[in-house]
Design a protein around this ligand. Structure first.
Ligand SMILES: [Zn+2]
Length: 145
């Protein structure tokens, strides 16, 4: 289970209500409708398919360049999956560059990670080395792009 609260940056974020191990599915939802353009809250799952979480869990999940979760999309189901051990009251994050080819709302990242990508514009704008570093985490539609 997860909950929403204000994080240390003063923004709403998604937090763990229980401990998760690497590989645990934190949230999952079968998708039935998509929009064909990105917006600030959508998550891109395929070339022309953007899922809008509205007020659901994934709408509140912040970006990090050193996240503790990833987005997985398979068989019409989107999942938030832990990639590190997560403790109760840890904020859950994923790297938006692993889902978005081009962000509708690019931003400067302040995550503080030594591997910070800084300009979060989309997978399209990454260097070959940056793309390579994200290969294990990107959605299937981005592979080879
Ligand atoms: Zn960052």
């Amino acid at each position: 289970m997860v909950y929403y609260t204000i994080n240390s940056f003063g923004e709403l974020g998604l937090f763990a209500k229980e401990n998760f191990n690497s590989g645990d599915v934190v949230f999952s939802k079968t998708l039935t409708s998509f929009q064909n353009q990105p917006d600030k809250y959508s998550i891109q799952v395929d070339h022309n398919n953007h899922f809008n979480p509205n007020n659901e869990v994934l709408a509140k999940t912040n970006h990090s360049c050193a996240p503790n979760a990833i987005i997985v999309y398979e068989e019409s189901t989107v999942k938030l999956v832990a990639i590190k051990p997560v403790l109760i009251d840890d904020e859950m994050t994923f790297n938006y560059l692993t889902t978005e080819y081009t962000l509708a709302n690019p931003f400067k990242c302040n995550c503080g990670s030594i591997d910070c990508f800084q300009d979060i514009k989309g997978y399209r704008d990454l260097s070959p080395a940056q793309k390579k570093s994200l290969q294990p985490y990107i959605l299937g539609y981005l592979k080879g792009r």
